[in-house]
Structures are given as C-alpha cells and as structure tokens.
Design a protein around this ligand. Structure first.
Ligand code: ATP
Ligand code: MG
Length: 524
C-alpha cells in the first residue's frame, strides 16, 4: 500500500517539477518543500539525477553522454517521441528519447525507470543554456546496492562502448620539431577513412582467424591485465616483403577495433624526452604505429642528406638496427649511422622505454605496431616477446589469398581460369599488391573478370619466365665461378711445382758456375 502511495506521490512530484514554473516563486518553494517531505515519507523509490552540464558549464558530462548512448536503442523501441542526431559526419543517424519521455530497463531482474527531464532556468538574466537537461534514474530502495555498485558501472561502460562505435576514427601524425608553432600541438590529425577490413585482407584464413581472436581477447581483457599487474597494451610486429599487406592490415585492425591510429614518424622526434611526451598525448583505444622500423633512424632520406659540419658533432643517435646492417656493410653502417642520425637523438633504450617503460601504461587499451621488410635486421631487444607480443608474417600471395582478392576486385568466387592460376601460384612468388594491380578492371567493355584473370596469368607467366632466366643466369654464374676456382687451383698447383724445377735449375747453374771458377783457378 505504501509503495503504491509512494509511487503516486512520486508521480505527483514529477508532475510538479514539470509545472512548477507556472507558479509564483514564493509558492514554488513552499509547495516544493512540502511535496518533497511527503514523497520522502511514502516513496520507496530512489532517484538519481545525471545532469548534462554539471560542474563544468562548457563541457557535457561524460556520464550524461554515456547514458544517452546507452538509452538510445531502448528509446527507439519504447519512447513515443524521439530526437534524431547524425554521427560520423552525417553518415549515420542516432535516435534518443525526447524530453519528458520515460524508458524502462531491466538488469538482473531489477526494474529501472529512466526519464529525461529539464529544469527551467528561473533566472531573469539571458543565458545560453535555456535549462538544465538531466536523466533521472528511479528504482526501488531494495536494490540500492546492486544498482549503485553494478548497474551504473554497466550503463557507463556500455554507453562508452556505444559512443566509441559511433565516433569517427582519427589518423594522427606527429608534427616535426620545428613545426610546433601551429597550436603548439605534437600531433595533427585527419579523419581516418581507410576501407580495409579483415574480410578484404588476402592471407591464410587460419592465420587471419588467429589474429582476430587475439585482438578480441585483448579488447576484452581489461580485468585480466589489471589482475596480473600488466599494462593493458599489446605489441604486434608485422613483417614481410613490400606489397604484402602490412599497412593494409593496420587499417583493418583499426576498423575492427574502432581505434584511432597514431602514425609515429621517428625521424621527426627530437629525443627520448620528446618521444615520451608524444606518448603521453596519445589517447586510449588507439594504435601507435611505427612503419618500416628498420629504416626509421638509419635508412631514410634524412640519413642520406648531407648535414652541416657543425651539426655533425652533436650526433648521438643509437640505431635500433645493429648486427646485420653492420655485417652487410662490412662495418661501415655504424659509422654511417653516426653521420646519418643527426636530426634525431632517439636511442634504442628510449624506444624500448617508450614501448614498455612505466610511462607506456598511461591511457591503457593500446596496440603498438611495428612494420618491417627485414625482420632479421632488427635488434632482438626491440622485438622480443613481451615487447612485440605477436610476430605476424605477411607473405606472397597463395591461392586462398588470390580468392579473397578475386572476390574483392571482381566479385567472383570461381572461374574456369582459377585452376591455371592455382598451379602458377605454386610455381612462382607474387605479392598481393601485384595480384591486386592485375585484377583491377581496366575497361568496362566485355567480360572484365575474364580479361583481368588473363592479365594475371600473363603476369604470372612473365614472372615464371623471369625467375627461370634468373635461375639459369645464377646457375651459369655459379658454373663460371666454379670453373674459375678450378683454373685458379690448377695455376696454384703449377706454381707449387715450378719452384722445385726452378731450384733444380738453380742448383745446376750454381754447380756449373763453381766448377768453371775452379777451372779458372787451376788455369791460373
Ligand atoms: N594481403 C593483402 N590483402 C589485400 N590487399 C593487399 C594485400 N597486400 C597488398 N594489398 C594491396 O596492395 C597495396 C599495397 O599494400 P600495402 O601498402 O599494405 O603493403 P605493405 O606490406 O605495407 O608494403 P610496404 O612494405 O612497401 O610498406 C594495398 O593498397 C592493397 O590494395
Ligand atoms: Mg606499408
């Protein structure tokens, strides 16, 4: 009975909040006070308000936005009056309930009532904000604990996740040191609109599945990472020849996780401190990408540029590549890297700290991705497990990869020419980029799919021929080398034998000389 009475008073109070503005001020305060007392005495319901602008008048409350997102789908089903708003730069529409509408929610068997209300501005001064919008949550006092401890967290998390799905992704790049004047920002960004997805990525389906599973596990492991005391981040190393889809995979991951991308150009970073500051300014739910990590500090155009003499003395950089590059250049690389790295003083240890130092934990939910064409050249410390947790090789196109590309580019799943292509792909190596290039329809006339597949077959045959010629040339060179070695050995052997003959000849000559001198003496 009390509950009924309470809810009646509760409803009465809602009606009062809606119409109180029509009463004179002194009467408003009086009625308000008595109604509140009455409601408190009989109302078994607890009410929580979430204002749109609470402490900061210029920034919408995060809780309010999350609740709005959370209630949006429920509002679509239940509310009679809805409000529409566009998101993702007008690409999709989101509906939310209009003022004074109510929506019912249920959580673990508990019924919860949400209403959207507005307190009208009573002040006589002109204000930018006509009133204060708020969401009111009402529930029975029996469920106070479960609502305040679990339900509200659930609503906020869900609301944030919906917000993240609706938001536009961004692609950031770090500004060069000398170009900070504009707003003094370290990162500038554009809207990220790459269409790549895992569906359009050509690679071994098993590998693809494994990567997707890994990403999903990472995204849902906030509590796990907290429990094991590890920062919520994961390192990916993508390696493989040029044109095998490393950059495409980065775009596919960003689209899959709905993360922003921070494309870090290491050569534009002044030093380790600068690197750390860049890291601090990245947000969570993001990917920090360093493309061509092997080239970042030693092999770029910057490296090749001649630097003014006086700058040369300042060079201190340590490159993340060491062994192989040094070996291949006969030890020259270390000296050249000294010359080459004048512009950046980022060191390997700075980079390692960037990846998993204590600063790297700020923000959370972040992927760090390196790409390289030459994995064997990288310093082991940089890519050891724990730093780069997952090493993914992207390789030449196989038949499965080709089928994905044929579906993407030509919208076909099968064709009589597929068998020929299958056998040619076994014979030769071709990158997905080259396959994709051949599958791009060049004309709208006739059977586009057939002519593209023919083009691909021609390209494959050409590669097979080129490879055969290369192989033949290599074999001939090897043969010539062996013959040269053989003839060298022969000459050496001959030379070995010659001294003996020479010494015999010498001895004979010496003997002859002594005997002749003796004979001279005798004659004397
Ligand atoms: N695995 C793939 N799946 C789908 N498309 C691909 C794949 N690999 C390459 N491509 C196509 O080839 C183009 C070049 O690929 P991408 O830039 O991803 O190669 P990359 O491995 O990053 O090369 P690099 O090492 O030179 O940076 C892409 O725009 C894409 O259209
Ligand atoms: Mg690339």
């Amino acid at each position: 009975m009390f509950a009924k009475l309470g809810s009646t008073f509760g409803s009465l109070f809602i009606v009062w909040t809606m119409f109180q503005r029509y009463f004179p001020l002194h009467l408003q305060a009086y009625i308000d006070q008595y109604l509140r007392r009455l409601v408190k005495a009989f109302d078994p319901y607890i009410h929580i308000k979430f204002y749109e602008y609470s402490s900061n008048r210029f920034r919408r409350s995060e809780a309010y936005i999350a609740i709005e997102n959370y209630l949006s789908s429920k509002s679509t089903d239940q509310a009679k009056r809805l409000k529409g708003d566009s998101v993702k730069q007008g690409k999709s529409l989101v509906l939310s309930m209009d003022n004074e509408e109510e929506v019912l929610d249920e959580f673990q068997g508990v019924k919860l009532f949400w209403s959207k209300l507005e307190t009208h501005n009573r002040s006589t001064t002109i204000s930018y904000y006509p009133g204060k919008m708020y969401y009111k949550l009402s529930f029975h006092h029996r469920y106070r604990e479960s609502v305040t401890k679990s339900y509200l967290n659930y609503v906020l998390e869900e609301g944030k996740a919906i917000g993240a799905r609706n938001r536009q992704k961004k692609l950031y790049t770090n500004n060069p040191n000398d170009d900070r004047s504009y707003h003094n920002t370290r990162w500038s960004h554009v809207v990220f609109e790459h269409p790549a997805t895992f569906d359009t990525l050509a690679m071994d389906p098993k590998k693809k599945e494994e990567i997707i599973d890994d990403l999903v596990t990472f995204r849902e492991s906030k509590e796990y990472y907290a429990r094991i005391g590890k920062a919520w981040k994961r390192g990916y190393l993508l390696y493989g020849p040029p044109g095998t889809g490393k950059s495409t995979m980065i775009a596919a991951i960003a689209n899959f996780l709905n993360y922003d991308i921070y494309d870090l150009e290491l050569t534009a970073v002044k030093d380790n401190t600068d690197l750390r500051k860049l890291l601090i300014e990245t947000s969570s739910k993001s990917m920090i990408v360093i493309e061509d990590i092997d080239c970042s500090l030693t092999l770029t155009g910057q490296r090749m540029k001649a630097k003014p003499k006086k700058e040369e003395n300042k060079a201190e950089i340590v490159c993340p590549i060491k062994k192989k590059a040094d070996e291949e250049n006969g030890g020259k690389s270390s000296s050249s890297s000294k010359d080459d790295s004048k512009t950046s003083k980022v060191t390997l240890s700075g980079l390692l700290n960037f990846i998993d130092g204590i600063w790297s934990a700020s923000g959370g939910e972040r992927l760090i991705i390196f790409t390289t064409n030459y994995v064997e050249k990288l310093d082991e410390a940089l890519i050891r497990r724990g730093r780069m947790d997952k090493h993914i090789e992207l390789s030449y196109c196989d038949f499965e990869g080709f089928k994905v590309l044929a579906k993407n580019y030509l919208s076909i799943d099968s064709h009589p020419l597929f068998e020929k292509i299958r056998s040619l792909l076994v014979e030769t190596k071709i990158t997905p980029a080259d396959v994709a290039e051949n599958l791009m329809p060049k004309t709208t006339k006739g059977d586009a799919a057939e002519s593209c597949l023919e083009n691909l077959i021609q390209a494959l045959l050409k590669t097979v021929k080129e490879e055969a010629m290369k192989k033949k040339k290599a074999e001939e060179e090897e043969k010539a080398l062996k013959e040269k070695e053989k003839s060298n050995e022969k000459i050496k052997e001959e030379e070995k034998q010659q001294p003996e003959t020479n010494s015999i000849l010498k001895c004979d000559k010496e003997d002859a000389e002594t005997s002749s001198s003796n004979s001279i003496e005798v004659i004397k």
